[in-house]
Design a protein around this ligand. Structure first.
Ligand SMILES: [Zn+2]
Length: 355
């Protein structure tokens, strides 16, 4: 009797241990040179090989939770001087503990390292391309395209959800907002909508009619969305500043979204009363000059209202900038410098009803 009991115990012991072991083996997660077993945090690089121009290395952090769950990608610094978004992800690297996470978090805090180091806004100074316009990238393209190709293969193709972080660049005075891009696929749209509400930013742009051709998705979030992964874009910070309130919006929004995805315990804190915007209209400069704004970020403007003016270098007014639509100033040029084609402002048009 005793003997048979011992045997039974030994057998079930093996059965108990084996699945755990198999789980541990199966769930190690690697991105680039970062490889983390369950319960571990690992750092490394996505190594972009040289080609028509120089090689580069993109820092990557893999945080593999002790419990199983989905893979969430957090990407910032495609525009390397949108500092608030970069600092928020840097904070999350230390804040997120593998012991508390169900699933895996892949963080790319600084995609455009040359932009950051050289303080060049909007583009990768190596090839003068925006690092959020050339997805899904090309293995034999310029550095931006090769980096985008690697991020598509290593991060987008292997995640379940993605959040892309931006903010006002050096020349953009911006209020925080998020983008939600419905696809018409109900299940996916429901999750992405839950994500954007859980993130908690109180202005949400509904971004429709995105490119659906998988070879020409252009934007990171759209590359992920088009591949069936619920994804959102969030923006906070402005004009080179790193204000604690803005960083907190992005850090706390991420934690709340992870709770809505059941990757962290606790309840999310979704925004109850967002302002939905259904269109963004650019105001562009039609010549060089000195910019004098008359409104601030967040100002509500009416169609036809003067929002600023431009003078030549002798102080003579040469242009009145007027709002082409009624709406909210999402961002406005933060510096006096203007050249032809520069973005003076983005105005968000308030949706007649919530989606
Ligand atoms: Zn950006």
């Amino acid at each position: 009797m005793l003997r048979s009991f011992v045997r039974t115990f030994a057998v079930s012991g093996i059965f108990l241990l084996f699945p755990l072991f198999a789980h541990a083996q199966a769930s190690s997660f690697s991105v680039g040179t970062a490889s983390a077993a369950p319960g571990q945090k690992s750092t490394g690089y996505l190594e972009v090989p040289d080609g028509v121009d120089a090689a580069t290395k993109i820092p990557v952090i893999v945080i593999n939770g002790e419990k199983r769950g989905p893979v969430l990608a957090l990407v910032s610094g495609a525009h390397g001087t949108e500092y608030t978004s970069i600092i928020a992800i840097e904070k999350l690297i230390n804040l997120l503990a593998p012991s508390q996470i169900s699933g895996t978090v892949v963080l790319l805090p600084l995609v455009n390292i040359q932009s950051f180091e050289q303080k060049v806004p909007h583009v990768n100074p190596v090839d003068n391309k925006s690092m959020n316009r050339f997805y899904p990238g090309k293995a034999d393209g310029t550095q931006t395209e090769r980096a985008s190709f690697l991020i598509t293969k290593q991060v987008v193709d292997r995640c379940d959800y993605l959040i892309d972080y931006h903010g006002g660049d050096l020349d953009e005075s911006l209020i925080p907002y998020a983008y939600w891009a419905p696809t018409g696929k109900e299940a996916q749209d429901q999750i992405s909508k839950e994500m954007v509400l859980a993130f908690g930013l109180d202005r949400i742009i509904v971004w429709r009619d995105r490119p659906t051709d998988l070879a020409a998705t252009r934007y990171l979030d759209n590359t992920s969305t088009a591949r069936g992964k619920p994804s959102i874009v969030v923006e906070a910070g402005h004009a080179g500043t790193v204000e604690a309130d803005d960083v907190a919006l992005l850090v706390n929004g991420t934690l709340s979204t992870m709770r809505s995805l059941k990757m962290l315990s606790g309840d999310p804190r979704p925004i109850e009363n967002p302002v939905w915007l259904d269109r963004v209209v650019d105001v562009l400069s039609d010549g060089p000059g000195i910019w004098y704004p008359l409104v601030k970020r967040g100002t509500y403007v009416q169609e036809g209202m003067k929002i600023g003016y431009v003078t030549d270098y002798f102080g003579k007014p040469i242009l009145e900038a007027r709002a082409p639509v009624s709406g909210i100033i999402l961002h406005i040029n933060a510096v006096p410098s203007l050249k032809k084609g520069d973005n003076i402002a983005d105005i968000g048009v308030i949706a007649a009803r919530a989606p």
